[in-house]
Design a protein around this ligand. Sequence first.
Ligand code: ZN
Ligand code: CA
Length: 373
Amino acid sequence: MVNRDRLLSEFLELVQIDSVSGRERKVCDLLKKRLGSLGLQVVEDDAGGTGALAAGNIVARLAATADGPHLLFCAHMDTVEPGEGIKPVVGEDGVVRSRGETILAADDKAGIAAIMEALRTICEQKIEHGEITVAFTICEETGLLGAKRLAPSVKADFGFVLDSTGPPGGVVVRAPSQDKITATIYGKAAHAGVDPEKGINAIYVAAQAIAAMKLGRIDPETTANIGIISGGKATNIVPDCVYLEGEVRSLANKRRAENTDRICRTIEETARKAKARAEIKVDLLYEGFGFQKEAPVIELVRRAMRRRGIEAVLNQSGGGSDANVLNARGIPTVNLSTGMENVHTTDEQIAVTDIVTTAQIVLELVLCARGEE
Ligand code: ZN
Ligand code: CA
């Protein structure tokens, strides 16, 4: 039902418009124009920075022509680096790759192209539909920043983020929450050779604290890591300061909080015993989500995919996406696979048939939702 050639050419066009996080201006302008000419009511919010190439999130609405739940489709406009001057190549095997010096940006322009093609098909074929909202976000890759600043007026009954790897049919129905922990341990400087007993070695305190922590895979749902450590100026100075950064993720909010607490207490107590001092900060980067197998949003996805002969595969994710933010705002949202592979590398690729299937799934979601309440 969707137009393969039109979809492919729009995808290839989109990936060639540079839009590294924070510099989404050009792709934002193009998409606003296209959504507007399809008859959607388009707003760009002020979530973005002030740079010349910065942009806000796009929120576009297509008023209902039939009864049914209000659906939200979301994909992000920004890309990771190296994402400038992308030259896509469609291989004989029907797979799109970059020329090798850059990413491809199927993450997440395959999602955007699929949504755009589904909208075009709906408008062109005058397909009846319930209310549809489209959100194209900025700065997903730098911490879901665009989604976090979406206007509270963005509402829907069900949300679908198109930003997951793996073949179409994959549905992320569970994702962790994440805490970021930053800590500075203050000891006391002294000459390491002349009077080391006057010093308090912050590196030693940090080492003791880290050695006492349980890190890595804590349980099947929870992971913890210290990923950054820096401090010290010279071998002849007892170091007075060490900086640490770490994270805790868990599919269970309670386990996340417990393990974050444990890490913070370990740092505090180790510092206290050594007469050092610790300043610790915890930021909840995003909340987790999890759906039961029979949740209405999953039922809808299953029915839509079955119409295309695809059996939904329910997955859990190890990281956050815009779906975490939308769920935290009360919109039941899953993250759908688009077919993209090897994302965030110069080997990123996607099969043309997978982009087409993804667009068809978007369209089927709209069709299946009609007449439901
Ligand atoms: Zn992505
Ligand atoms: Ca990504």
